[in-house]
Design a protein around this ligand. Structure first.
Ligand SMILES: Cc1ncc(COP(=O)(O)O)c(C=O)c1O
Length: 494
């Protein structure tokens, strides 16, 4: 091991590891038959795998064993390293380990939000209402609809017309009107559609003022912004629970993470029961452990995934999230500037980054061209991976597109959405990670200009298939021959 004095931190470390991601240079053949490097602009769905995390986890696998014991060498190493992973994450999100615990659950944010919705419901059963916003991902909407009796959607208005973040006055109005019944407020820190950042600590203060708890969906924020859950001198600004996904934090294959106050969790029996979370089991009763996170992690956890995620987080922390934010801002600002200069483009949300701060995501449409066609051309001709449609955030996307859609289609009911309507109702999303560069942005912008100038030439080669997707008439990449597991096994064994 090297002495810590010799180790890089901050921007120097970022420069060293920025390109150290698996899949940054994956080549695919485009329509013209040329093999080019994939430009990955789909990090909001899942970010690429940080190579050091994969390598260090592979090293750990030589010592792999189940946890919950320190008796043999490997069990001791596994248990110690797995404990370290929890502590590492707590410190990363500014959560005092005396007050908070961190536990892993499921593969992403969704299971953590479901879990905490049930926990909050059960610790205050007399309060039956949750408040969320219109800009939530379905994973921070449907769990509350299912587990709570009532959910109020606060609209997006914001401090300024262009901000499109949650409206604090409307939130306060909902809290005031529902006084006594509002159990918790659950809000995304960053929208997965527009990347717009919500003022989560102001929201926490409002929730606490009216006796409600506050849960933050950190799926889109934890990898991009500094996170601080606990403020010893400002208890109202503290976050009661934060949930995020390892696969959006540069560690595909890692679990979802919940960080929550221990006093809330210990006031009820853990949501999930089984091995590892009990001290004693008799035929007619069992004694749940007092200790965290054990009581919240029934069963054998995803130990390698947790270690990989904590490794990523250790390195992100050495760079510093403020440094990362400033670097990622350069990519977002350039993208917004260039997109705003294209009159054919509709960018959703304000394009002045100072007025409307964003992280990671920008959604847009080219006037008169279906989102699916733009995404297909970007992939097939330019090897640019973007995502399109509604990004599991139908109410928010609908809100932003309502005027245009109603002009063309009139009032839309859930049951009567035509195929044409579906092709129009959606957006294209370009999303970035710490590996995204200004060159990636330039490449995207020049591709968009090409599409705008030559749309007739491009579109004549496409038709819509039975799934309502745009498909090139002759370009049929053989994905099975690019990668399949059995072929990879054969290669390995030969
Ligand atoms: C804001 C937000 N919340 C929740 C989720 C759900 O995350 P997961 O699919 O990891 O459960 C996503 C996924 O895109 C998201 O963007």
């Amino acid at each position: 091991m090297r002495s810590s004095e010799a180790l890089l931190t901050g921007k120097s470390l970022l420069d060293k590891i920025r390109a150290d991601f698996i899949g940054l240079d994956t080549p695919y053949e485009n329509v013209q038959g040329e093999k080019t490097r994939r430009i990955y602009l789909d990090s909001t769905a899942s970010s690429l795998m940080f190579r050091p995390a994969a390598k260090i986890t592979t090293k750990f696998l030589a010592h792999y064993s189940n946890t919950h014991s320190k008796l043999h060498h490997s069990a001791n190493i596994s248990t110690t390293v797995y404990d370290w992973a929890h502590a590492r994450i707590l410190s990363f999100v500014g959560a005092d380990p005396e007050i908070y615990t961190c536990f892993f659950t499921g593969a992403g944010t969704t299971s953590g939000i479901n879990r905490m919705a049930r926990v909050f419901r059960d610790i205050k059963p007399d309060k039956n209402t949750a408040i969320i916003s219109i800009m939530e991902h379905h994973s921070n909407d449907l769990p509350h609809r299912k587990h709570m009796q009532r959910v109020i959607h606060v609209p997006v208005e914001g401090l300024d017309e262009n901000r499109m973040c949650i409206s604090l006055p409307r939130l306060e109005e909902a809290l005031r009107k529902g006084a006594g019944k509002i159990n918790y407020v659950s809000i995304t820190a960053v929208s997965n559609v527009t990347g717009i950042i919500n003022p989560i600590h102001d929201i926490a203060r409002l929730a606490h003022k009216y006796g409600a708890l506050i849960m933050i969906d950190g799926a889109q924020s934890v990898a991009h912004l500094p996170t601080q859950m606990f403020f010893p001198d400002d208890p109202d600004a503290c976050i009661d629970a934060l949930v995020f996904s390892g696969h959006k934090t540069y560690t595909p294959g890692s679990p979802g993470v919940v960080i929550a106050r221990k006093d809330h969790l210990s006031s009820i029996e853990p949501e999930e029961v089984g091995g590892g979370m009990v001290d004693r089991v008799l035929e007619d009763r069992y004694l749940v452990k007092d200790s965290f996170p054990d009581r919240e992690e029934a069963g054998t956890p995803n130990i390698p995934g947790a270690i990989a995620l904590a490794t990523t987080i250790e390195i992100l922390d050495r760079i510093g999230m403020q440094t990362l934010l400033e670097e990622e801002d350069k990519v977002l600002e350039r993208s917004l500037e260039e997109m705003a200069a294209l009159p054919e483009l509709i960018v959703y949300g304000g394009t002045d980054h100072d007025v409307c701060p964003r992280a990671a995501s920008i959604s847009f449409n080219i006037c008169g061209i279906d989102h699916g066609l733009v995404a297909a051309i970007l992939n097939d001709h330019f090897n640019i991976a973007v995502r399109n449609q509604c990004f599991c955030a139908h109410p928010y996307v609908k809100e932003m597109m309502a005027e245009d859609l109603e002009k063309d289609f009139g009032t839309i009911e859930l049951g009567n959405m035509s195929a044409e309507f579906m092709r129009k109702s959606g957006m294209v999303r370009a999303s970035f990670g710490l590996y995204s560069t200004l060159e990636d942005v330039e490449f995207l912008i020049s591709a968009l200009k090409e599409i705008i100038s030559n749309i007739d030439d491009y579109s004549k080669d496409y038709s819509v298939n039975g799934d309502n997707d745009y498909i090139h008439k002759s370009y049929r990449p053989e994905h099975h021959s690019i990668f399949n597991v059995v072929g990879a096994i054969d290669d390995y064994l030969s």
